[in-house]
Each structure stands twice: as structure tokens, then as C-alpha cells.
Design a protein around this ligand. Sequence first.
Ligand SMILES: Cc1cc2nc3c(=O)[nH]c(=O)nc-3n(C[C@H](O)[C@H](O)[C@H](O)COP(=O)(O)OP(=O)(O)OC[C@H]3O[C@@H](n4cnc5c(N)ncnc54)[C@H](O)[C@@H]3O)c2cc1C
Length: 456
Amino acid sequence: MDRTEVVIVGSGFGALATAKKLAKAGTPFVLISETTEHLFQPLLYQVATGVLSAGEIAPSVRSILAKYPNADVRLGRVVDVRPDDQELDYLAGGVRHTIAYRSLVAATGARQSYFGRDEFAKVTYALKTVDDAERLRSQIVRCFEEAHTTADPERRKNLLSFIVIGAGATGVELAGQIKELAGRYFEQSIRGITAADVTVTLVEGAGVALPAYGGKLSEYTKVSLEKSGVEVVLNTLVTDIDEHGATFKAHGSEAGERRTAETIIWSAGVQANDFASVLAERTGCETDRAGRLLVNQDLTVGGRADIFAIGDMTSLNNLPGQSPVAMQGGRHVARTILGKTPRGTAFKFRDKGSMAIINRFRAVTKVKKIELTGALAWVLWLVVHMMYLVGFRNRYIAVMSWFGSFLGHRRPHFYYAQKAGATETALPESVETEPIKTELIKTEVQAEKRVPVSVS
Ligand SMILES: Cc1cc2nc3c(=O)[nH]c(=O)nc-3n(C[C@H](O)[C@H](O)[C@H](O)COP(=O)(O)OP(=O)(O)OC[C@H]3O[C@@H](n4cnc5c(N)ncnc54)[C@H](O)[C@@H]3O)c2cc1C
């Protein structure tokens, strides 16, 4: 039986914080994650909008932990756990493996929640993973490229319309960035498209933007977005979505309003990833409506003293789903496992403040009772996020890219990796083409004569 002292599941903020502490203490552990990169989610919107490349915000956990001989990183998806036997099952390379542990730390995060309307996932864009960000980036470029060449004014309007659902931090930064892209990048690089041609609508069920902040900061966010040209629609739910638009329904109104757009981005809610429900079932731990584990005060799960859960997959004392909560939780658990903190000690979160970016030169920051807005908050946001980015090289590249994008007009990672449709490249009539042969096409490939290459 494969066995280790500690198994950590995940490679996000919570898992990496736990791993680093255990690694430095020399405790043997195995970290199993279905992605072996450490994804810095707060900068995903910059990948989606061409400021940074995916590699710059998602370094490999394997290389971060490479210098510790007690760390073993495995690419796998954890599927089951048997708490009484202290065994965990994971799939790797299509094979089911079992590993025994003394302590288990689960940090499997959260994914988008569509509030029971899972069909929305097929017709909307999300921003949770590297794939999501790259898919959204391709879509944005495709829309601008096609709007540039289409002769149909209605289609052009739809291609240049974007709807963002949910005015939390992700929705606000995306709405702000797309409008900024229109004016500061596409207007400069595509003849005939101006920022005024591009419609960005941010729709939110609550009565304010950035509901987690409230008061002056929420009002500042709304006004800043509107000044930049984003339409902010509050107190409104989206009741239907298809490939070409969405239906908005304002609170208290009977009728829905149809809005058309080629790109609809969903950032309205989260729910715990699947492993949370497995843990809940196996340990008897309760969950909230979003499937998050209602962990004990010391971050243990159910009645188990040897199983911990941290970060976005948990719910404790109304702590926000933010990276500092996951990181501090990870360190608390590591200290408990190492015996530096007595077993049963309650996790105390130190709130160092929160911040959200709106667009260039505008952000909001709240540190205890101090509230900042504008350029100062924006610079603070960049500095804090740069500090938490893993790796000197990534930090250096991020700063260079920010200079290019925010002071200049560059978007170094905007590309549309797709050929124009083959049907559009018809040959001119004068070119004679060979008649289509009706006989069977030979399928055998003639063996190429290859000259062996020797490497000295
Ligand atoms: C677009 C966006 C912007 C954000 N901006 C901010 C911000 O500005 N400030 C802030 O504080 N927070 C921000 N957050 C929230 C922050 O990123 C999360 O709170 C944080 O990532 C939670 O860390 P975690 O370790 O719990 O989970 P994650 O970081 O989500 O990590 C989960 C890990 O578990 C792995 N995993 C999942 N299921 C399995 C399985 N069955 N088996 C193996 N591995 C599995 C995943 O591959 C992943 O590595 C943002 C989030 C998003 C999506």
C-alpha cells in the first residue's frame, strides 16, 4: 500500500500554503491535484483581456516544491475517501490508485453555480480556469474581427454587445476591462470600430454593484463604470439565456426584456467542487446551499480529527471566498498537523482588507474602517497582487506588461488562433480547378524516404 504522512488535495491557494509549511518542516506529503499549476485566479481577467499570458499566472506547483525532497506532487483527480481506513482514491492516467495517510487536507475550491439552470453553462462564458480565460479571450477577439468585416449592421451590433451577469469582483473587473479594451486597444488597431460602438451591460440581482462592499465603495464602482460607458442594471435577474441574448427581469416587473449579445459572461455565483460532497457523505459533515462544508472551528471535517478542509470548499463564520482565507486556513492546518498549534485550536482569520479593480486607474480598497477609491486604490491593487504572484520572473513580466497595457495601448497576448472560415476563401472564377475525381481515393501513404539523423 502506497502511504504517506499527509495527503493534500488541490494546488490552489489553500493547498499551496499548507504544502509550503509542511515542506519547510520536512514532513513527507503527497499533493494530488487535477491541475498541477498554481492558478492565481485574481489575475485571470488579465489573461482573458490579453494583458498577461496563462503561463505567467499559473506556475507549476511541481517546480515551486521541487527543492523539497519530502514533497511529492501528483497529477490526479481525487474521487473517494474511506475515513476509518485513512485511505483515499484518485484517478491518474485512467487508473484508480489508493494512498493511505495519517492526515488529509482538502482544498478543492469552488466552481460556477448556475442556481439550478445548468443549461446556462453551454451558452455563457465563465472565468474560473485557464481554459475559461483563453476561451473568453478568443471569443472577444473573434467578435471584434467579425464585426470589422461583416456587412450586416444587426450582426455587427450583436458582435459588439457584451452582457456580464453578476456585479461581484469578477463581473465588475470584466465589464470595466472589456469597455476599456474597446477604446484603448481595438479602437487603435481596427479601423472603423470606436468605443461608442461597443455595448457592455453589467446586470446584478442586488441593488448595488460589488454588494460585498456596500455604501460609498459600491456607489463609486457603479458611477465609475457608468462614466466609462458600461451600462449597470441593478435589481434585475436574468431569467433566460441563449446563444444570442438574455432575458432581463427587473424586481417587481411582470414582463421580461430581451437583450441581444453575442457574448454573455456568467459570474453570478459559486458552488463547492465535487469532492466536498464526497467528504460530506463519508464524514457526516453538513453542507450549506452552495455545497460548501460546514467545517468545525478548527477546520476539521465532521467528527474526524485527521481530516481538514480549507478555502472555497468550506463555509465558516461567514468568511468570504477569498484567497487570504484559503491561505491562512492552510497555514493553520499545517501548524496543527506539525503540533505547533494544539489540536482543536479555533482558526482565527486576520482580515487585512479587501480590494477590487474597476478599470484603469480606478479600484476600491477597504482596510478595516479605511476606504480608498481611485488611482491610489488601483496602484495598491497592482502592488498587492504583484507581491502574491509566485516567482520573480512572473512578477517582472507582469509589471512590464502592466506598463505596456495601462500606460500604453499594448495587449501582448491578444491573438485569435483560428483560421478564417474556408468557405470565405473561394477561388476567383477564372482559376481553373481540377474536376472532382469520383474514383476511390488511395489511402495508403507513400513511405517517405528519410535520412537518419545522428546526434553527436
Ligand atoms: C476570476 C476570479 C477573481 C478572483 N479575485 C480575487 C481577488 O482579487 N482577491 C481574492 O482574495 N480572491 C479572489 N478570488 C477568489 C480566490 O481565487 C479563491 O478564494 C481562492 O482561489 C480559493 O483557494 P482554494 O485553495 O480554496 O481553491 P482553488 O484556488 O480554487 O484551488 C482548488 C484546487 O483544487 C483542485 N481540485 C478540484 N477538485 C479536485 C479533485 N477532485 N481532485 C484533485 N484536485 C482537485 C483544482 O485543480 C485546484 O487546483 C477570485 C476568484 C476568481 C475565480
